[in-house]
Ligand binder design. Structure first.
Ligand SMILES: [Zn+2]
Length: 101
């Protein structure tokens, strides 16, 4: 991903950025409820931290984070900040340089 692509992804709206993360296997897209045997639905949830969506079972209404069983489980930064950190790390750009960009 070059700087142009990075800028394009960072400019995406929340749902577009979520789709980017899901397309790259960084967030869950689906989950199966072990209680009801139904597929979870994706719903908006402002209280969620990494992404403002959660997965919810349509029957028992159990909610699961999209970060469940991913490398971001337990993270509290928004996915936009996580993507920036990953990009800077991948290109070996130190924090001091990044703050002046
Ligand atoms: Zn359920």
């Amino acid at each position: 991903m070059d700087l142009h692509d990075f800028g394009r992804v960072m400019a995406l709206e929340e749902d577009g950025l979520m789709a980017f993360f899901q397309d790259h296997g960084l967030l869950r897209r689906q989950l199966h409820c072990t209680t009801c045997s139904r597929q979870y639905s994706t719903i908006k949830w402002k209280k969620a931290t990494v992404v403002h969506y959660v997965l919810r079972c349509p029957s028992c209404r159990t909610k699961k984070k999209l970060t469940t069983d991913t490398m971001f489980e337990g993270a509290h930064l928004h996915m936009r900040k996580l993507l920036a950190l990953i990009y800077l790390w991948a290109y070996n750009i130190c924090v001091g340089t990044a703050t002046t960009m």
